[in-house]
Design a protein around this ligand. Structure first.
Ligand code: B12
Ligand code: SF4
Length: 514
């Protein structure tokens, strides 16, 4: 069969800071290819809707699969699904990914028949039976694990047995040089592990994977890495190097194979402190950038988000990262309740530290605990505003002032890092990129004001809304476990943690009703 896989268009971040390859779709493509299907992949972050229509006309796919990791892409995906059915009425349309998994029924209802099936959870294992059913013209599609169709839901989602089965079909992308993060231009992505054993209230990593934590084997990782042509590599793990042993074994294998890359990864402060030797080794291998989710600069905020780390540990971790000479970016979550004074305190604090600071807005996302506790307060259900750059909860400041303060804070931070002094230090890097024909990083340097602008942010709230997100069921005093988990949790067995990590992680086991 001819299968077309589609990553939706760019989001606010992607316009400036980074643009990454659709790794999840590349894995699904590999699973479909293994069954003998002829797969094409289009990434609308770097190609247009007109290109998509051309592909539909040229390839006439039997099935089209959309990746929906982000809520902000929902209206685009629904529109494209409808367009696809208009042009090719017999083509099966399916959708998967993080957000799709948490709002499957809403997607079906917005699409009014244009989406045949939403596949919840990991796509690698479900895509094979789905494509076979489409090939056999079995329109029920309901027997497939994790499927949600107009006729009802299939059996519970299944996690794949091994993360080593498939290597991403990276060669299917037509514009690989378009992917970058900051100065890592061009940059590929790679996955070492999947899932997260922590349970922060604003995050869905742990609900999506049932709080499991699985690792690829070092051999599979190093083989995959050795095939990557890009000099930069983004390690997509939610929390990198939770297990010291895995980090050391992979690192040593990379050193033995003589692989030279520059790496970006994301981790937690406590992991950084616990596994110092791993990060030292990786610094020597080319670890250049690190993102640490600090989220709050007060104990109250950390407790609210259930980060399970103290402020002093986070500061100690930043100190350690600085000592390694790694460029560190941190994230802070701006609460819609912040007033002018609070924004000012944050700006001052950020100016005092050398790290790059990213500010996101506290946003209840379906699939998170916060969605169940906060969703009733949302001021909009327009999917496009759920990108953690817009306020979807009531703000203490009038909305225009909130955006004014938010963008002012982001501008101060941006200026700190991309101002003339900082530019001097990046000039050599920028010139090197230009000589190699890589323009992503250089373009990024000038785009900030055209993307982050309080008037534009505000105007986004006034757009006509075609599709509205449904609210969760009425709240109860405690959150029923089945509202949070989409994958069956396997307790300690599934978490594959080392002893040190266990101390930090609550050991409660919640059931799963699916
Ligand atoms: C890289 C990344 C980004 C990149 C985008 C990269 C890109 N081009 O897609 C950037 C930095 C821009 C980004 C931004 C955001 N991200 Co992000 N991001 C990630 C990250 C770290 C890696 C994605 C990845 O490649 N994973 C590895 C691949 C193999 O997995 P995958 O893409 O999920 O694909 C699997 C399944 O989802 C499924 N699947 C995916 N597509 C499809 C399609 C079909 C047809 C099927 C059947 C299945 C299927 O099968 C795949 C294989 O198992 C993930 C965390 C993670 N470790 O996954 C978060 C994650 C996806 N992001 C998340 C969030 C919340 C965001 C933000 C809202 C805020 C934030 N935390 O940064 C913004 C959104 C921006 C916006 N404007 O809306 C959440 C998603 C939550 C949700 N939807 O419920 C995640 C899970 C992080 C988290 N811990 O909460 N992100
Ligand atoms: S540690 Fe990170 S990935 Fe894990 S639950 Fe918390 S925010 Fe999500």
């Amino acid at each position: 069969m001819n299968v077309l896989l589609v990553h939706p268009g760019p989001l606010m971040y992607t316009k400036i800071y980074l643009r990454l390859e659709p790794l999840g779709l590349e894995l699904i493509a590999a699973a479909a290819q293994a069954l003998g299907h002829n797969v094409t992949l289009i990434d609308l972050q770097v190609e247009s809707h007109a290109d998509y229509v051309c592909l539909l006309r040229e390839r006439r796919p039997d099935a089209v699969g959309f990746s929906c990791n982000y809520l902000a892409n929902v209206p685009e995906i629904v529109d494209l699904a409808k367009l696809t059915k208009q042009l090719l009425p017999h083509c099966a349309v399916f959708v998967g990914g993080h957000s799709a998994s948490f709002i499957a029924n809403a997607l079906l209802s917005h699409a009014e028949g244009a989406i045949d099936c939403v596949l919840k959870g990991e796509g690698e294992s479900a895509v094979a039976p789905l494509l076979s059913a489409i090939e056999d013209r079995d329109h029920t599609l309901r027997s497939i694990p994790g499927s949600v169709t107009a006729a009802g839901e299939g059996p519970p989602v299944r996690m794949i047995d091994s993360l080593d089965h498939y290597r991403p079909a990276r060669d299917l992308l037509r514009h690989r040089r378009k992917y970058f993060i900051g100065v890592l231009d061009p940059c590929a992505s790679i996955e070492f592990t999947r899932g997260c054993p922590w349970d922060c209230s604003f995050c869905s990593a742990w609900t999506f994977y049932g709080r499991s934590y699985r690792t690829r084997t070092p051999d599979a990782i190093v083989d995959d890495l050795a095939r990557i042509r890009e000099p930069g590599v983004f390690i997509v793990d939610d929390v990198a190097f939770i297990q010291a042993k895995q980090g050391l074994v992979i690192g040593e294998a990379i050193a033995r194979r003589g692989i030279k890359k520059q790496y970006y990864l994301e981790t937690r402060g406590d992991v950084l402190l616990r596994n110092k030797e791993v990060f030292r080794l990786w610094k020597s291998l080319g670890l250049a950038y690190m993102f640490v989710g600090i989220e709050a600069i007060d104990e109250e905020g950390l407790a609210l988000y259930r980060k399970r780390i103290t402020l002093s540990k986070n500061f100690e971790a930043l100190e350690f990262a600085r000592s390694l000479g790694i460029t560190v970016a941190i994230n802070l979550i701006a609460d819609p309740a912040w007033d002018r004074r609070r924004f000012e305190v944050i700006r001052q604090w950020c100016l005092e530290i050398p790290e790059i600071v990213n500010i996101s807005v506290n946003t209840p996302y379906p699939g998170t605990e916060t969605w169940h506790t906060e969703a009733r307060r949302v001021t909009t259900r327009d999917y496009r505003l759920y990108d953690i750059q817009h306020a979807v909860l009531p703000t203490t400041l009038p909305l225009p002032e909130f955006y004014g303060e938010l963008v002012k804070t982001q501008q101060v931070l941006n200026h700190k890092h991309l101002g003339w002094t900082a530019l001097k230090s990046t000039a050599r890097i920028a010139a090197g990129h230009l000589l190699r024909g890589q323009t992503n990083f250089v373009k990024m340097l000038w785009k900030f004001n055209s993307v982050y602008n309080p008037q534009l942010q505000l105007a986004d709230h006034a757009r006509p809304v075609s599709f509205e997100m449904p609210l969760p069921p009425p709240p109860s005093s405690t959150i029923a476990p089945h509202l949070l988990y989409i994958h069956r949790t396997q307790g300690r067995v599934g978490r594959v943690l080392d002893d040190a990590t266990e101390e930090f992680v609550e050991t409660t086991r919640m059931g799963n009703t699916m």
